[in-house]
Design a protein around this ligand. Sequence first.
Ligand SMILES: [Zn+2]
Length: 433
Amino acid sequence: MPFDLLIKNANLPDDRIGMDIAVTGGKIVAVESDITGQAGRVIDAGGRLVTPPFIDIHFHMDATLSLGTPRLNQSGTLLEGIQLWGELKPLLDKQAIIERALRYCDLAVAQGLLAVRSHVDVCDDRLVGVEALLEVRDLVRDYLDLQLVAFPQDGFYRSPTAAGNLVRALDMGVEVVGGIPHFERTMEDGRLSVRALCEIAAERGLMVDLHCDETDDPLSRHIETLAFETQRLGLQGRVAGSHLTSMHSMDNYYASKLLALIAEAEIHCVPNPLANIVLQGRHDVYPKRRGMMRVPELMALGVNVAFGQDSCMDPWYSFGSADMLEVAHMAVHTGHMTSRDAVKSCFRAITENPARVFGLGGYGLAPGCNADFVLLEARDTIEAIRLKANRLSVVRRGKVIAETAPRMAMLSLEGRPSTVEPWRYAPVEARSS
Ligand SMILES: [Zn+2]
């Protein structure tokens, strides 16, 4: 038996069609048309899309699935979300966090989401969230890559014990340095926190991922400091700026300077379209701002932009379903990214772009890569986003770990077809190439 698994007649994200993918020993060994040979299992993709797994590069797994405890966010604002999380924090226990996180990972796997970077709050002196998610990271290792960011939710300086706790969390094995400069008491404290956090990362050889300028205040410019510190400390390619929502509201002349600095410092930019569209603009009367960073403009400068989900049923966002296609769908709308090329770039922002931020090895659909991929009930990447397509098969290291039945409605209309399959409505005239 030469192959463990053979996928036949798949379309790929790079627009190749009719390709076969052969898998042996958990690795992809060939991606060609018409691969022959026996296989332990053969899956006929039938002209549907096979993609590397989805990656969520910005999430809060310690808070997920906690919606309603101890109460709901009435104003819908970021600040009430932080306050609500503060009320919930003392009530958290390690086992309950582990159970919620594992349950969320089940949903993620079913959605073809096999790598998650999660922030974990270090402003609880017990560090129960850190202990819980470190345990979860080990428990899910065989099916999901979980990377953790030490996140001082209440402020690196504003919270009296955050600085010490953050270092403790890193010592315990959390691998990325987080921060929240716009939440510090003053602009100056915010600037100093960016410097201190980047220095910690540089000393320890770690990556940085800051909640940065998550505000509608156009004068919140901590990203400028982050770009400067990245260059000063030689951290290029290892630093992510999450949210950057103030960029939406900035003066256009200043933004033209700033975006070039971000590109020069090789900062990864991480918008969270679902959270940004609901949390930002809350203090506006009409017209109401959208609050998503300038994604097409950043991409045009060659900046690596990767989308995060941020939240799923927690104090900040009551919706969410571990569906990165839903995240990309929102980005397409919020960013007016509706050209065929722009939609394709949004698909890359939930697959290959976050893989670069994460530093995920063996990712992709090429010989030698890990045999991790998802068969979607859609013809191509554009259709996948339009349909928020079903994940027919989710494969990890060559094994099918989740399957979903195809979507089909039965019709009872005289003179009309008896079934409807949404994926077959793909527009013939607008092939994505
Ligand atoms: Zn966040």
